[in-house]
Design a protein. Structure first.
Length: 97
């Protein structure tokens, strides 16, 4: 089943995102989570379906969380993953000339 989802980013933690059903907005997100997340910044809306691929999240888990608890929290990748994905030119900046 397709879901129209709104995605919000956290102003406090880089690459932390909150997925909610667009129709519910932030109504089902616990106040304690919103307090830790910071004032949500709406980034975009998208249609989610079981066939859709997401870059860093399992679509089935996202859909289950949206249906069950009303939101899905995407945590930032571990610090070592940041380094793995840096472009080579940024890594070479510190190489001796």
């Amino acid at each position: 089943m397709k879901r129209i989802c709104s995605i919000y980013k956290s102003p406090r933690k880089n690459e932390m995102y909150l997925y909610v059903l667009k129709s519910d907005a932030l109504k089902r997100v616990p106040e304690t989570l919103l307090a830790a997340f910071g004032p949500p910044i709406h980034t975009f809306d998208m249609v989610l379906s079981p066939e859709r691929k997401l870059a860093r999240e399992d679509i089935q888990q996202v859909l289950e969380n949206l249906d069950g608890q009303g939101y899905h929290l995407q945590m930032p990748p571990p610090e070592d993953e940041y380094i793995e994905h840096l472009p080579d030119e940024l890594l070479r900046r510190n190489d001796p000339v």
